[in-house]
Structure formats: C-alpha cells, structure tokens
Design a protein. Structure first.
Length: 208
C-alpha cells in the first residue's frame, strides 16, 4: 500500500472511530487545560517557555496519542518515557484526553520566527527538498509545505519552538524517544547532523 492510500485508510478508520464517540466537551477541556496543563503549556496551549511545546492548533488525534503514550499500559513502561507527563496524564480518563485535546486543537497558535538567516536557509532546503542522495526525505512530504501536518498521522510543526523541535529530533536520533510509527522519525533523524537538526528546527519555528 502506498503512502497516500495508507493515509486515506487511516483517516477513514479515524473518522469511523470519531463518529462512534460522543462529541468533545470543550468546556471540560478548558477546565483541564487550566488546572493541569497551563503551568507548562499555557492555558490556551501557547507555552510560555521553549522547553515545553506549544499545543495550540495541534491535531487533536496526535495530542490524544501522545497522552496515551505517556501512560504505562498492561504492566509495560510507557511508550514515551517522561515522568513529569506521566504524572500529569495518569489521572485523565479517555473522555478527559479527548476533551482537552480538542480544546487545544481549536486554540489559535502564536507563531514564532526563525533566528538565523543562514540556519533557516539550510532548514528550508531540508524541509522542502530533503537530501535524496542520503535517503533523507523532505519534512514537507509528511508534515505539509506549511507545516500544518496530516490529521491522525502526522503532527503540525509550524510555529513550534526551535529548541523543542531540536530536542525531539535528537531524542529520536538517540532512540530516547521511540513512539514514532514504524520507527520512521528515528530512521530520519539518524541521518541528520546536529547542524541539520538545528537548521530545520529553526526553519520550522518561523513556518506559517
């Protein structure tokens, strides 16, 4: 199955699953955001610090997956190892995660800006064209030319803090983060140097 058909199939499955669920309660989602998430991510999902990601405008299905991955399941360690986030999401039910993910997804993202012209130029080249000689695919192929992502499958990247994106790419490269589908991000990040990771992260920060 090619990538386009795979994404279409996932989207159809997600749509069917969503249709079977009750509608998200945005009021309850806002309450959870204010009481549980705001200190690190901002009440509207625009994090006040680069250490923590911006959640505003993120694809809700992606946020829900991350919250599930922070929780240990069936006696196994969490797919995404982060003691702080595990503590935050452990008490959230499936309805809670749906409500807060939908709330954040509907908030307006406050975009950022690239910090260096030379860095952003290299980042743009990699983001839009990759490096086929090294088997390094363009970020835009999965995350979209404007970084808006693909619902269910790939997250929104545009406007994210450079420092956060850089840290996650390095975590994928080292294997510290391993909750990516079929090891896709680990395989990509393994081919990138520190300079390339920083450059593409800088470009993403200013992408709108």
């Amino acid at each position: 199955m090619n990538r386009a058909l795979a994404i279409s199939a996932l989207a159809l499955c997600a749509a069917a699953a969503t249709a079977a669920e009750p509608a998200a309660d945005l009021g309850k989602g806002q309450t959870i955001a204010s009481q549980v998430c705001a200190a690190c991510h901002g009440a509207d999902g625009n994090s006040p610090t680069p250490v923590n990601p911006k959640l505003a405008g993120q694809i809700p299905e992606y946020l829900r997956k991350q919250m599930r991955n922070f929780k240990p399941e069936d006696g196994k360690k969490a797919a995404r190892d982060n003691p702080v986030m595990m503590g935050m999401v452990t008490g959230l039910s499936s309805d809670d995660t749906r409500n807060v993910a939908e709330y954040f997804g509907r908030q307006k993202l406050k975009g950022g800006a690239a910090q260096g012209r030379d860095t952003a130029a290299l980042g743009q080249k990699l983001y839009r064209g990759g490096d086929m000689g090294r088997g390094l695919p363009a970020c835009a192929a999965c995350h979209g030319p404007n970084g808006s992502g693909v619902p269910v499958q790939y997250p929104r990247l545009s406007g994210q803090y450079m420092e956060y994106t850089e840290a996650q790419l390095k975590a994928f490269r080292s294997g510290q983060r391993a909750n990516d589908l079929n090891g896709m991000m680990r395989a990509i990040a393994a081919k990138m140097s520190d300079a390339e990771i920083r450059a593409v992260s800088d470009y993403i920060a200013g992408l709108h």
